[in-house]
Design a binder for this molecule. Structure first.
Ligand code: ADP
Length: 500
């Protein structure tokens, strides 16, 4: 493991040293219960900060504030252009505090600082800018009517797209700031108000974002941030009768609980859930890009991506070369604390995840899989696990079927396209997929057969604020990012006037 540690930014050191409060109606407040919960540094296993523990009573207050801000506050009367400017200002502030956010993300989540600086924080700022532009473009249509039972009558009919209302947003821990941005962006662009619950493992960057939201000048109550546990604060938010929509990113298992909880008032639901994404290397692929590409598809963010390329399908004739190549890439990866400048793969987010990931690896061994490299926990402090390439896998094995959410890839050879397609789509998930080939026709033919919300060709893990992301099948409902996300934050109102 790598070792050279760095000095923390002063603001970050102060931020984690103080007990963090929650943001309700523009004020930083303690939990009604007075309770706090710890968030841990995954590189050491030590407590990083104490955070106010939101529960049902706090969610109730936050929803009341969001409702009042939606119905009566200045937010409602702002022009779309003013909303867009606030969002743009927020993006500027995020950029001004890039280093601080990157360090908070690394401390709380474990990811390499270099990745947080280059990806998480700039992508979050960019998302707000992209969505800021949409604030002035939420348009309806004019609709020519025929109405057969009122012969001769004339109508002027049009649609308007109105904000859906108070939105509950439940965020995961793998990209804490970025996932908050993906959710807040479309909500704010469309004029909704929000109660956001960050993941209990990683609440800090969302709380810092809350400070910048207030500094940018968003009216009180527009964004409320309530940290807390899923089974308490999260469950209260998803069941709340005065929440109009719930947007969730996390496991498929919890997604189902949220969909059930939402039935009480039939709030709208969008879900971005798990995956077990096939990454396919065809025999005509350029292996100089496919091999490092396949390694990065699984090892990026320590495999803690819902779209991780965790099933590596390789055409038989090049199978050995590709899996050995991916294993050799894995061996080169520098594992260590995220704050170290040379770290490429940090710790998993929590002890629970460490147990879960090593449990899946062991289950794979019991079922007959072998590790070409990796397969074990690393070190005696923090939640580190070796980048792992499993071979001799069978389609029915748990490590091939279930989402591991760690740096573990299962490699599987295939003989021909029909065998590939039988297996590649044979999963309950449908979030993402990758294809590596020099044959452009084959690439698009395979892309059209894959049941997945995103297909990457000769690349992987490419995200952009303009590119919609979300899942087929049990990988979710709806899309995030792009203009598709906006539709899921608006209601369409049809207005019909008789004019003759
Ligand atoms: P993981 O299993 O990887 O921790 P989860 O799906 O449990 O992922 O967590 C994602 C988010 O969902 C977190 O913010 C968590 O607090 C929240 N959550 C967990 N359980 C529930 C629940 N029953 N209702 C609402 N939110 C929940």
């Amino acid at each position: 493991m790598s070792t050279a540690a760095m000095q923390l930014d002063r603001n970050v050191a102060e931020f984690v040293a103080q007990r963090r409060k929650m943001l309700i109606n523009g004020k930083w407040v303690e939990a009604v219960s007075g309770k706090t919960f710890p968030t841990y540094n995954p590189a050491t296993g030590e407590v990083l900060a104490q955070v106010a523990e939101g529960d049902k009573a706090d969610i109730d207050l936050a929803v009341k504030a969001a409702r009042a801000a939606f119905e009566k506050g200045p937010w409602r009367r702002m022009t779309p252009s003013q909303r867009g400017r606030l969002m743009w200002k927020l993006a500027d502030l995020i950029e001004q505090h890039l280093e601080e956010f990157a360090e908070l993300e690394t401390l709380d989540n474990g990811k390499p600082l270099t990745v947080a600086r280059a990806a998480d924080v700039p992508l979050a700022a960019d998302l707000f800018r992209y969505m800021a532009g949409w604030a002035t473009k939420i348009e309806g249509n004019t609709i020519p009517l025929s109405v057969p039972y009122t012969p001769g009558a004339r109508y002027h009919a049009y649609t308007v797209r109105e904000p859906i209302g108070v939105v509950g947003q439940i965020i995961p821990w793998n990209f804490p700031l970025l996932m908050a941005a993906w959710k807040l962006g479309p909500a704010l662009a469309t004029g909704c108000t929000v109660v956001l619950k960050p993941a209990e493992q990683t609440p800090l960057s969302a709380l810092r974002l809350g400070e910048l939201i207030m500094e940018a000048g968003f009216p009180e109550g527009v964004v409320n941030i309530v940290p807390g546990y899923g089974e308490t604060a999260g469950a209260a938010l998803s069941a709340h009768p005065d929440v109009d929509k719930i947007a969730f990113t996390g496991s498929t298992e919890v997604g189902k609980l949220i969909a059930q909880a939402a039935t009480g008032n039939l709030k709208k639901v969008t879900l971005e859930l798990g995956g077990k994404s096939p990454n396919v290397v065809l025999k005509d692929a350029d292996l100089d890009i496919a091999i490092p590409g396949a390694a990065s598809a699984i090892f990026f963010n320590h495999g803690q991506c819902c779209c991780a390329g965790s099933r590596l399908y390789v055409e038989q004739s090049i199978y050995d070369k590709v899996v050995e190549g991916v294993a050799s890439e894995a061996k080169k990866i520098k594992v260590g604390p995220g704050l170290n400048s040379d770290t490429q793969l940090g710790p998993l987010v929590s002890e629970e995840q460490l147990k879960r990931v090593t449990g899946y690896i062991d289950a794979g061994f019991k079922e007959g899989a072998k590790a070409l490299t990796g397969g074990k926990k690393l070190g005696d402090k923090g939640y580190f696990v070796e980048p792992t390439v499993l071979v001799d896998t069978k389609h029915t094995m748990t490590c091939v079927q279930e989402e591991i959410f760690g740096p573990v890839v299962a490699a599987i050879p295939f003989k021909d396209p029909s065998e590939l397609m039988t297996h590649a789509n044979d999963t309950v998930y449908g979030l993402a997929a990758g294809i590596w080939t020099r044959d452009i026709s084959k690439a698009h033919a395979v892309a059209s057969e894959l049941r997945a919300g995103t297909v990457w060709i000769n690349c992987y893990n490419i995200f952009d604020a303009a590119l919609p992301f979300g899942g087929y099948k049990q990988s979710g409902w709806g899309r995030e990012m792009g203009h598709e996300a906006l539709e899921l934050y608006t209601e369409t109102k049809a207005v019909c006037a008789r004019i003759g």
